[in-house]
Design a protein around this ligand. Structure first.
Ligand SMILES: [Fe+2]
Length: 384
């Protein structure tokens, strides 16, 4: 996790952190407070993400091109890592189809895994991760498996990509030296966040806040339907006065269930851009980028892996301590970025794929939080 203490240089007064953002406002009276009064535990971070893919060799080629290091490789498992010390970023297990399985969150202490097991009537088991540890397997209200893990050993840090020395105005960091960012894969530092779609947003949101003690950084609502509550939340870990990523989990209401994208931190804008050129030259498909987000402020660049899963390179994201209250803003595609090309239909999932059509039909028939007016609201947000 990228952490900073609130007495660091350049830290904004927590209560006013949202005031300078052009679209965000605070909650109205009676709206969701964005945190639980008495959560079971407070998870420390996202530990890793679990995927399945039929072809681990092909997965490893993309992983190296995208900038991961290999933490471990066996016949049936591929563990990916960043250069920072800590847990691996992701595991890909051999499976029949390419799919996301679950997020694994990092418990602050071993006793938290036991506490969660007791609270949910679940058993604790040994974690099959390099370095070992203990894990509890939970299920969120959308039906997505969620693991909470306490790791035995941490992976040691690897040499990373250094940020380039930049000349800025009269601040000259580089004299008698040229700027030559290498055309090579970005080097991933760590896992940042995962974004999930759900048909039961309100229930899932409360589950993550009540069970894992996470807190909301920003809420989005459908334009004209704010009184029906938020339909997207950017959620961070509550580490008290330690400032952490603006979101480690983002979740939005939609006709589908499951993985939208996952994001991995690299060192700076040149790493994003030069690493992006490297991917483009190898024929990978950019989904959307390069730009700078509003919620979280990250510099971003979104890519598709060979199985069409979306992954993001990011740098320079916001870090919030627990003092910052949730911001509120209407959902729109133009509200996703401060600058950058317009959000693509691929990124927005706006293509009428057979799976999407099936999702919509199922969502409108089922017992969930999707209905015709919300579907219309989501379509409007996609086009505004
Ligand atoms: Fe993202």
């Amino acid at each position: 996790m990228s952490e900073t203490h609130v007495d660091a240089v350049g830290v904004t007064d927590a209560r006013t952190a949202h005031q300078d953002l052009h679209s965000a406002q605070g909650a109205l009276r009676g709206e969701h407070p964005g945190r639980s009064r008495n959560p079971v535990v407070k998870v420390a971070d996202l530990a890793w993400l679990e995927f399945e893919k039929p072809d681990l060799d092909r997965a490893e080629v993309f992983a190296r091109d995208f900038g991961f290091g290999i933490a471990a490789r066996t016949e049936r498992e591929l563990w990916l890592r960043g250069t920072f010390a800590g847990s691996p970023c992701a595991v890909i297990r051999r499976g029949r189809t390419s799919r996301f399985i679950s997020p694994a969150f990092r418990a602050a202490e071993r006793a938290d895994v036991d506490r969660l097991a007791r609270a949910t009537g679940t058993a604790v088991r040994d974690a099959d991760v390099p370095g070992g540890g203990r894990v509890v397997d939970l299920l969120d209200p959308s039906g997505t498996p969620v693991r909470v893990v306490h790791c035995g050993e941490e992976l040691p840090a690897l040499p990373g990509q250094q940020p380039l020395p930049l000349n800025s105005g009269t601040d000259h960091r580089r004299v008698n030296a040229t700027q030559r960012p290498p055309r090579e894969p970005s080097r991933i530092q760590r896992l940042g966040h995962v974004v999930l779609e759900t048909r039961v947003f309100a229930r899932s949101l409360d589950w993550y806040l009540d069970t894992l003690g996470m807190i909301v950084s920003d809420f989005l609502f459908l334009d004209g339907q704010r009184d029906r509550g938020p339909t997207m939340a950017f959620i961070r870990c509550d580490q008290g006065s330690v400032a952490v990523d603006h979101h480690t989990l983002a979740m939005h209401l939609g006709p589908g269930t499951g993985y939208v994208h996952s994001a991995y931190q690299v060192t700076d804008l040149d790493s994003i851009a030069a690493g992006g050129e490297y991917l483009r030259e190898r024929g990978y498909k950019r989904s959307w980028g390069i730009g700078r987000h509003i919620q979280g402020s990250q510099l971003f660049d979104y890519w598709r892996d060979p199985d069409h899963l979306m992954l993001e390179h990011f740098a320079d994201g916001d870090l919030f301590s627990c003092d910052v209250e949730p911001g509120w803003a209407p959902m729109s595609s133009s509200g996703l970025a401060q600058w950058g090309p317009p959000a693509t239909r691929d990124f927005l999932g706006a293509g009428p794929s057979p799976q999407r059509v099936r999702d919509v039909v199922q969502a409108l028939r089922g017992d969930n939080e999707m209905d015709a007016s919300r579907l219309l609201g989501l379509l409007k947000a996609t086009n505004s």
